[in-house]
Design a protein around this ligand. Structure first.
Ligand code: SAM
Ligand code: ZN
Length: 271
């Protein structure tokens, strides 16, 4: 049996789904059908939401930067939380992008379902997992209305992505974990020092869970020495790319290398 069987549900009518041939069929009266793409992902998005999420250029930049493993200390810290997930448990990566972290979770020995509204992201993620034959399923879907049964998964990761607390609570089993991760106050301050005369520290997130019980937190800090190409791809995947004057961007992109802090905050909640 596939690891996602009895967990995924039809996004239209909520009935259970089964794989027949290269499609998912729901067991509801209307037998809704969702085809797997050649890359191995399935589109379960509400057509009203489809087409949302990150665009091709952003995904290409993120893939290029993340594949350099500059964020490896952070990825390792996240992956370590899988030790608290039962051996036969399943994790979800909500807002998985192009699956860099999702595939690391799958390599660590727990099956993972990655959801993202960006079809391009999910396609890249599915290709990545297929290359290594990892226990991962990727679906295009919005994280505020996941095509998952109630109390069906053991952990939800939310990495640099919106936090849909109510939905995560619905799909987590009792005792299941929610692991959120985002930028800390000093994240990429070295890059901001080049871009801005008065660089500001990041302000605290306002969308963190407020009803779930927080059971832990961790700040991961390290310095990154980035070659020119990695500076360009990192810059292109940050919000500063869209808000910086061209002259300041040129100043950054002309540097032969850049040393900057990375600071990520991880928070852990239990249902
Ligand atoms: C900053 S990216 C992080 C991607 C990945 N977790 C990573 O860290 O590499 C945020 C991701 O959330 C996705 N996203 C944003 N809103 C979403 C929603 N409502 N449902 C599903 N995905 C969403 C975007 O498409 C994007 O891939
Ligand atoms: Zn259905």
């Amino acid at each position: 049996m596939e690891f996602w069987q009895n967990r995924l549900r039809c996004p239209v009518c909520g009935a259970s789904v089964e794989k027949r041939g290269n499609s998912l069929f729901c067991t509801g009266a209307r037998s809704h059908c969702f085809d797997f793409a050649a890359e191995g992902y399935v589109n379960l998005a509400d057509p009203k939401e489809a087409g949302g999420g990150d665009d091709a250029a952003l995904i290409a930049a993120r893939t290029a930067f993340l594949d350099g493993d500059y964020y490896a200390p952070f990825a390792d810290a996240l992956t370590a939380y899988l030790q608290d997930v039962p051996q036969d448990g399943v994790a979800v990566d909500a807002g998985c992008g192009e699956g860099y972290y999702t595939c690391r979770f799958a390599r660590a020995g727990r099956p993972v379902i990655g959801f993202d509204l960006s079809k391009r992201g999910v396609r890249a993620a599915a290709k990545r997992a297929k290359r290594e034959d990892l226990p991962a399923l990727f679906a295009v879907a919005g994280i505020f209305d996941l095509p998952l049964n109630d109390a069906s998964v053991d952990a939800v990761f939310s990495v640099f992505a919106p936090v849909a607390e109510r939905e995560f609570l619905r799909v987590l089993k009792p005792g299941g974990l929610l692991i959120t991760a985002g930028a800390g106050p000093d994240h990429l301050l070295g890059m901001k020092r080049v871009l801005y005369e008065e660089p500001r520290r990041n302000t605290p997130r306002v969308d963190l869970p407020h009803t779930m019980k927080q059971i832990g937190s961790e700040t991961v800090r390290f310095d990154m020495k980035l070659p020119k190409e990695a500076v360009a791809t990192l810059f292109a995947m940050t919000p500063y790319y869209y808000r910086t004057a061209p002259s300041a961007a040129r100043r950054l992109l002309c540097l032969p290398c850049l040393t900057t802090e990375a600071e990520m905050e991880i928070r852990v909640y239990r249902k």
